[in-house]
Design a binder for this molecule. Structure first.
Ligand code: ADP
Length: 229
């Protein structure tokens, strides 16, 4: 399994099908219905980064500090809450223009001064979801966001992980598709889908990734400790 070129989720089965973890230098999208475990995977990845650094941008709920500490204690055997002592940079933004400018202006400044191996956005969909949308402006903002994220992924050799929501697939099936449209999806190099099978059992499927065999599935469960095989 690759090491320096990936960022682990800390769940062996998931890391295995991802050939070590989230690939650095590209944009990875995780999509799935609400409650499938997208945030849990993102959080555990942030925990896994430890001192190698992570930027976590929240656009829906505030950063789940308690859950982060719970996972962190499990992984690093912390004796106390150490969220502030790890190299994690947390931001909360709700407006699309704030997110775009954060990635374009503030993030590069932070990355020049700090070692960071992953940038996580939970979620990209929320700031672009609002009603009364000007679709041309929205597409331009999404393009700028994706372009700048890809630049950062390559320039600073880090994994960019974007959580996305889903929309119904209008083909009569129960399947779902990631939201945000073609301008966005064309910039994504790796797309992962999470589904809930029963109770706390989940499946992560490689929906699209040129560097991985597509269709591979990893099963995992969400427990008090985090995400596990
Ligand atoms: P999404 O981001 O896809 O909406 P989440 O990542 O927030 O979903 O996952 C929520 C699910 O994670 C909950 O339904 C619950 O099953 C599980 N979960 C969250 N915290 C814990 C915990 N401390 N112990 C066990 N399961 C948990």
């Amino acid at each position: 399994l690759e090491n320096n070129s990936t960022v682990k989720t800390g769940c062996a089965g998931v890391d295995k099908i991802l050939n070590g973890g989230f690939k650095k230098g590209i944009l990875t999208e995780i999509y799935g219905e609400s409650g499938t475990g997208k945030t849990q995977i993102a959080l555990q990845t942030a925990v896994c980064c430890g001192f190698s650094g992570c930027v976590y941008i929240c656009t829906e709920d505030v950063f789940p500090v308690k859950r982060f500490n719970q996972m962190s204690q499990n992984m690093w055997c912390d004796k106390e809450d150490k969220v502030c002592k790890k190299n994690i940079f947390i931001e909360h933004l709700t407006e699309s223009h704030e997110l775009v400018s954060c990635i374009r202006v503030r993030l590069p400044k932070l990355l020049k001064l700090n070692n960071v191996s992953a940038v996580i956005i939970d979620s990209v969909a929320a700031p672009f979801r609002c009603e009364n949308t000007n679709y041309v402006q929205r597409a331009e903002e999404l393009k700028e966001l994706a372009t700048n994220l890809l630049y950062i992924a390559q320039e600073y050799n880090l994994a960019v992980i974007c959580i996305n929501q889903v929309t119904a697939c209008f083909d009569g099936s129960d399947d779902v598709l990631p939201t945000l449209g073609l301008v966005w999806s064309n910039m994504i190099t790796c797309r992962l889908k999470i589904t809930k099978t029963f109770q706390e059992c989940r499946e992560l499927t490689i929906a699209f990734a040129p560097h991985l065999p597509s269709g591979l599935v990893a099963k995992f469960v969400i427990t008090k400790k985090g995400i596990e095989d």
